[in-house]
Design a protein around this ligand. Structure first.
Ligand code: NAD
Length: 436
């Protein structure tokens, strides 16, 4: 099959490279000339484990290529995926569909054969209908179907998730769409990955429902963590104790600084807007969004408390370890680190930080933060060390060295990666999340 992937970001590039690895011929298209130039030069525009090797193999095999020219890229494609960004619209939180609709129009205008157009971007219910209308409006003479195929991969584990998904969801309104999608995913079908066919609107909603449910699970355990601190209980044991119940499941029950990233914050907000538009409130998600919003600054205040309170904190130094919203990505979008750093700077704390992959993306978002070349440089002369993102590199810090370099042996561990007893034995004043 020939596949065109419009948008070569975290989702488009990984999906395109994986489809090529299945044996399809794939063209990844992006309007960002810099991104395409880097890809031509064999340089990955994003950090995702294993992506450079996967891209390299498939480019060399002649199955994967890159272009900025949409007309050329979609020529002869059986399936044209739209994988462009759908950020929160400034001001109201609705999903901004400008990029999706731009691509739909251009695809309609440049379509040179019959094809299935697939929205892989996360889009609100009804977007497929609008994409169909826009393409129809261009007056294309070619047969086309618009299908919804939301993506569930996680950054940092994207290739494995794409190749071994829990399920593939396909929302199609006609047999042409379903048939092409069956062929696109046949290699996974052979792997016994379940494919769920639904209506297009149902498929669009499944993606938001999934993300909202996961955000709820995280927020639930975060509130339990706060309660644990008050009553002297241990949230990790609470997670284990409830997670062993098959009806609940153990995943997404790690207490921390609140969810962030390129998906949960914007997708929960967009779901609220859809619910509002259809006069069908989703009050649980309203609460989740509010609780999570306030949590990030609360985590900054936890650090201020560890520095002895507002007055004592002024002029002191905090070392933040980890800035990305989770490990194994360079993605800084809506990372809790931004609010934590901001809260500290608002309190007059000097902030130094280190992240294994996120520094370049973090720099413009956190202009007041001193970016360091490694963890120990950030820790030097710090009054408090803060674990913000649980990169493996921070799980086994040389505690004697940390103590020697820091001004005071104080650690705030927002990811619970250290053991309170061990830290006390090592002479640290140690605060974590939900372990009263
Ligand atoms: P991204 O910002 O990394 O990539 C989007 C790309 O689209 C950019 O490179 C941009 O230059 C390109 N683009 C925009 N307009 C274009 C146009 N007219 N023609 C060609 N290229 C164009 O975004 P992402 O993280 O890959 O997310 C894409 C979509 O997938 C979003 O809707 C997101 O919600 C969804 N999604 C993301 C993830 C994730 O983990 N990042 C997971 C599941 C779903």
């Amino acid at each position: 099959m020939k596949i065109a992937m419009v948008g070569s970001g975290y989702v488009g590039l990984v999906s395109g490279a994986c489809f090529a690895d299945f044996g399809h011929n794939v063209v990844c298209i992006d309007k960002d000339q810099g991104k395409i130039d880097r890809l031509h030069a064999g340089v990955m525009p994003i950090y995702e484990p294993g992506l450079d090797a996967l891209v390299d193999t498939n480019v060399k095999a002649g199955r994967l290529s890159f272009t900025t020219d949409l007309g050329e890229g979609i020529a002869g494609a059986d399936a044209i995926f739209i994988a462009v960004g759908t950020p929160s619209r400034r001001g109201d939180g609705h999903a901004d569909l400008t990029f999706v609709y731009e691509v739909a129009r251009e695809v309609g205008e440049k379509l040179s054969n019959d094809a299935v157009i697939v929205t892989k971007s996360t889009v609100p219910v009804g977007t497929g209908d609008e994409v169909e209308r826009i393409i129809g409006e261009t007056g294309t003479a070619h047969r086309f179907a618009v299908v919804s195929n939301p993506e569930f991969l996680r950054e940092g584990a994207a290739i494995g998730d794409f190749k071994r998904p829990d399920r593939i969801v396909i929302g199609a309104e006609d047999e042409f769409g379903r048939e092409v999608m069956r062929a696109v995913y046949r290699p996974l079908f052979l792997n016994e990955s379940p494919i769920l066919f639904t209506s297009r609107r149902t498929s669009e909603l499944i993606k938001y429902a999934a993300n909202a449910f996961l955000a709820t699970k995280i927020t639930f355990i975060n509130e339990m963590a706060d309660l644990c601190e008050k009553v002297g209980a241990n949230v990790q044991d609470v997670s284990r104790g409830i997670g062993m119940d098959g009806r609940i499941g153990s995943k997404f029950l790690h207490a921390g600084p609140g969810y962030g990233g390129s998906c949960f914050p914007k997708d929960t907000l967009a779901l609220l807007k859809t619910a509002e538009d259809y006069d069908s409130p989703v009050r649980i998600i309203e609460a989740v969004v509010k609780v999570n919003d306030t949590r990030k600054r609360a985590m900054g205040r936890k650090v201020v408390d560890a520095l002895g309170g507002m007055e004592a904190a002024r002029g002191k130094k905090a070392a933040l370890l980890g800035l990305t919203f989770k490990p194994n990505t360079d993605d800084m979008r809506d990372s809790p680190a931004i609010a934590v750093a901001q809260t500290l700077m608002d309190a007059g704390v000097h902030v130094a930080a280190y992240d294994p992959e996120g520094i370049e993306q973090a720099r413009p978002l956190l202009p007041g933060v001193t970016m360091c070349a490694n963890a120990y440089e950030a820790i030097t002369d710090a009054d408090v060390v803060v674990i913000v993102t649980e990169w493996d590199a921070f799980r086994a810090l040389d505690l004697a060295r940390v103590k020697a370099l820091a001004k005071a042996p104080v650690m705030v561990d927002l990811r619970n990666i250290y053991n309170p007893q061990d830290m006390a034995a090592a002479g640290f004043a140690y605060t974590s999340v939900g372990r009263g």
